[in-house]
Ligand binder design. Sequence first.
Ligand code: XIL
Length: 302
Amino acid sequence: ASTLAGAAQQSGRYFGTAVAASRLGDSTYVGILNREFDMVTAENEMKMDATEPSQGRFSYGNADRIVNQAIGQGKRVRGHALAWHSQQPSWMQNMSGSSLRSAMLNHVTQVATYYRGKIYAWDVVNEAFADGSGGGRRDSNLQRTGNDWIEAAFRAARAADPGAKLCYNDYNTDNWSHAKTQGVYRMVQDFKTRGVPIDCVGFQAHFNSGNPVPSNYHTTLQNFANLGVDVQITELDIEGSGSSQAQQYQGVVQACLSVTRCTGITVWGIRDSDSWRASGTPLLFDNSGNKKAAYNSVLSVL
Ligand code: XIL
């Protein structure tokens, strides 16, 4: 196949990208989007601050532009994200206790209900574990409502949209030997044991020289898959350039392809100039929309 999506489909997988509503008027951007990708994640437009800017008043305009563009082109959508410590609306940031718990659950229910039937998988909870050597939860207003906030969010999401796969999504969980990876693994294992509804684990996969693609990535993905969940690469970008960057991209793709339950890969933007990263050239297309060496290395192994 001559496109990322077409090549991924040969093994029953998808190849996706993050999309920003503000760029949907850019014909180069939309041209690459429509040609190369078959899964779309809203880069910011489905987050809590975007969809519930004031409490109880929901706003879906920009998210709908992305969802409708994707569905109109025959693509699927990963929903991102229902509950997260970051990018909360200001009204939520200073809430606590049972009122915050109810507000969070109401948000999950309302947004998942609004999009019921249109979402392949939801990142129900994003980035709830701490970095460092402890392997425990990240402190946040949501965490302080009680350790069961994550499973409560998953149960609310399942009730609202029984057809969507429900994912836990995080970063720095790629290296099997890291405490954070182990912490997430134990939570997923516990959820599966107790019947908490979880279907997938997302690995953001934001890599740079200080946080390189681990050589044991296959092991991590396989061990999670062995718990009975799908795994997905959800926000891939790798700082660097040329053949070194191309090789690292290839390693991530090969790690996914080697795990039957790794169902797809999403890159976090299209051109380098679309990246959220302040500097560097972390994506598969250059600023003009030309395919980079990393693109060719990914396509050649898909
Ligand atoms: C980033 C977006 O790309 C930026 O535009 C925004 O300013 C901040 O958030 N982990 C996630 C994504 O789960 O939602 C983040 O996206 C990148 C890190």
